[in-house]
Ligand binder design. Structure first.
Ligand code: ZN
Length: 279
């Protein structure tokens, strides 16, 4: 599943390859890909034809293109990709939406094998589309305030990893980066937020920014080959993961084998020695 660094890579690709261009045609090839669009595929197609894509923006795992005062909002889901390429290339059976441009240059294809992702046009959504207005800023936005987040986090009565994954507290932190940040901060995933000291929270939030920043610099993690960036290139951050997916491997700090626990229908990877379980 793409996390913030992967989505940022896609945003950057859209900025380079489609921003500033005028849409000529839009074709929805699978109605599920526009299931959140009021008016369905017909509305989606007519809302964008002939309009210019002005900027590519992101909050957490959502990204949008501003189209005048409106927004073209995208969520990549589990397997969504936005691919830019020569218009004449073969159309894969997983292409759900195709955009062509008035300049006759490279087209844009929303490809999604499992169709958990979707796109929709949000009226007056250029600054912040209404469907994602409840999502908290992510650690790389100007609106992100670590002091406010630290206070809200310590006021919660929940496990620290659950809090990190709660998009109304902070957005963009998924399972991989939560495990990596907790490993760096030497905190067990189930530690109760109200028992965390101020310095521990500061250490954790710094670790979140570090691991996500490192992944951003590498173009995101790509461990399952379903995700590629806007041009079809994979990221390679998976080579430098310390905890996530490392079950049985020696901890990079103390050598104890990394453990995997079931967690919220997924997994948590941690070092049982550096990240002591709460009593
Ligand atoms: Zn360890």
């Amino acid at each position: 599943m793409p996390e913030l660094p992967e989505v940022e890579t896609v945003r950057h690709g859209l900025e380079n390859h489609v921003v500033g261009r005028t849409v000529e045609t839009v074709r929805v090839l699978h109605p599920r890909a526009v299931r959140r669009q009021p008016g369905g595929a017909a509305e989606f197609e007519t809302a964008l034809g002939g309009r210019s894509l002005d900027s590519a923006r992101r909050r957490g795992k959502y990204l949008w293109l501003s189209v005048g005062e409106d927004a073209l909002l995208a969520h990549l889901g589990m397997s969504g990709q936005l691919l830019v390429g020569e218009p004449g290339r073969p159309l894969s059976p997983h292409v759900r939406i195709r955009f062509t441009f008035a300049d006759g240059g490279p087209d844009l294809r929303f490809t999604d094998q499992r169709t958990f992702g979707h796109m929709c046009v949000v009226r007056d959504g250029a600054e912040l589309p209404a469907p994602i207005a409840h999502i908290a800023p992510d650690p790389f936005e100007a609106a992100y305030d670590p002091a406010v987040l630290a206070r809200r986090l310590r006021a919660r009565h929940t496990g620290v990893k659950r809090a990190l994954l709660d998009q109304s507290l902070v957005s963009g932190v998924g399972n991989i980066y939560a495990d990596e940040a907790l490993w760096r901060a030497q905190l067990h995933y189930a530690r109760a937020t109200e028992t965390l000291t101020r310095p521990a929270v500061a250490r954790l939030l710094a670790a979140v920014r570090e691991v996500m920043g490192a992944a951003l610099a590498h173009g995101g993690t790509s461990f399952d080959a379903l995700y590629v960036n806007v041009n079809g290139e994979s990221g390679y951050f998976d080579r430098s993961l310390d905890a996530y997916g490392q079950e049985g491997q020696p901890c990079g700090r103390c050598g104890t084998p990394i453990r995997r626990d079931a967690f919220m229908s997924r997994s948590s990877y941690f070092c049982p020695r550096c990240q002591r379980p709460p009593r």
